[in-house]
Design a protein around this ligand. Structure first.
Ligand SMILES: [Zn+2]
Length: 310
C-alpha cells in the first residue's frame, strides 16, 4: 500500500549509491587480497582495522554484516534485495539465494525497493547502467526470472532503462565502465577510461535525488581466483571512484559505495566469504549515516532518511 505520509524534504540532496558486487573486508595479506597491494589507497581496509575508519579524502570506511544472521555463504539475490529494500531477505527465505530474485523476493522488491521508495516521496531517481539490445526486444515481465535485483527494482519502479544512445550522449555507463565488452560484441561505441566513466556518473548524480550504478566484474574476478585480474579490478574501481568524487559537490551530495558480500578480497577461495561488505561513505550527511549502518538491510532506510519524511 502506498502511504500518503511520504514526502520529500524541503531541501533534498543528491545521493549516489555505487553497488560493487563481491567486495568484502578481508585479511591484510597481499598473497590473496588485492586490497592489500601497496598502491591501493581507497580500498585498503582490513579486518584488523578499527571501524569506522576515517579516510584522508573526507570519507569513512565501515564494514556491513553481509551474513544477515544466517548460516552459510551470503549470496547475490538475498544480499542485493536486503541492500536495496531494507528487508532481511535471507531471513525471509530462511536461506541465502544466489543469482536472481525468486517470486517472493520480487514481491518485496516491487513494494520496497529504494527506487520505489524514493520516487514515492517525490524524489527523482535513476539507474545509471546502460542496457543493450536484445534487452529491449523482450517484455521484461516475461523474462523476469532472468533479471537481477537492480533491474527488477528499476522495472517495478517504472523508471526508464538507459540505452546505447544514452551511453553515447554520456548519460549512462555500461556495466564494465569502459565499453570493452560492448565493442567486442560489435557495438560502435568509444572506449571510456574508468576516469571518464566516473565523470559521467558524477555529472549525472547532480541531476537526480538518488542514483545507482552497479559494477559486478569484481565478483567475477573473485570467482576466477586470479589475483592479477582481481588487482586490476580494484585499481579500476579506485580510478573510477576518485573521478566520481571529483565530479560531484560533496557539500550537497552523499556518495556511498557498498557491496552485497565478500569475494574478491580473498582469491584463495572460489566462493563468497562471510566477511563484512566494504562500505565507503563520502560527502553530505556521512557523519549521521555511518552510526546507523550495521548490516546490508540498514542501507535503504538510512539513505531514504536523507531526502524523505515518512
Ligand atoms: Zn558471486
Amino acid at each position: 500500500m502506498i502511504s500518503e505520509n511520504y514526502s520529500r524534504k524541503e531541501f533534498p540532496q543528491h545521493v549516489l549509491m555505487i553497488f560493487v558486487d563481491g567486495l568484502g573486508i578481508g585479511e591484510k595479506d597481499k598473497s590473496f587480497n588485492p586490497c592489500a597491494d601497496k598502491n591501493i589507497s581507497l580500498f585498503n581496509h582490513f579486518l584488523s582495522d578499527d571501524f569506522p575508519k576515517r579516510l584522508d579524502s573526507t570519507g569513512y570506511a565501515i564494514g556491513l554484516d553481509a551474513t544477515l544472521g544466517m548460516p552459510g555463504l551470503p549470496q547475490s539475490a538475498t544480499g542485493q534485495t536486503a541492500l536495496l529494500t531494507g528487508v532481511n531477505a535471507a531471513r525471509l527465505l530462511g536461506r541465502h539465494l544466489n543469482h536472481f530474485p525468486n517470486q517472493r523476493l520480487r514481491e518485496v522488491i516491487a513494494e520496497k525497493s529504494i527506487f520505489k521508495q524514493f520516487t514515492r516521496c517525490g524524489c527523482k531517481a535513476a539507474f545509471l547502467n546502460t542496457f543493450r539490445p536484445p534487452f529491449f526486444d523482450y517484455d521484461p515481465h516475461e523474462i523476469i526470472k532472468h533479471l537481477a535485483v537492480t533491474t527488477v527494482a528499476n522495472l517495478y519502479a517504472n523508471l526508464p532503462f538507459f540505452k546505447i544512445d544514452d551511453l553515447l550522449q554520456e548519460r549512462s555507463v555500461y556495466h564494465d565502465m569502459t565499453n570493452v565488452s560492448l565493442r567486442e560484441l560489435g557495438f560502435d561505441v568509444p572506449l571510456f577510461t574508468p576516469k571518464k566513466a566516473g565523470k559521467i556518473i558524477g555529472k549525472q548524480t547532480t541531476k537526480y535525488h538518488f542514483c545507482l550504478y552497479e559494477y559486478f566484474l569484481t565478483d567475477k574476478a573473485g570467482h576466477s581466483r586470479d589475483l592479477e585480474r582481481a588487482l586490476k579490478e580494484i585499481f579500476k574501481l579506485e580510478e573510477f571512484l576518485y573521478s566520481v568524487l571529483e565530479n560531484v559537490d560533496l557539500n550537497d551530495t552523499l556518495v556511498l559505495l557498498t557491496s552485497d558480500h565478500g569475494n574478491i578480497e580473498d582469491v584463495s577461495v572460489k566462493g563468497h566469504t562471510r566477511n563484512p561488505a566494504m562500505t565507503l561513505i563520502f560527502g553530505k550527511g556521512k557523519e549521521n549515516l555511518f552510526p546507523h549502518l550495521h548490516s546490508l538491510s540498514d542501507v535503504t532506510r538510512e539513505l531514504l532518511k536523507l531526502n524523505c519524511r515518512h
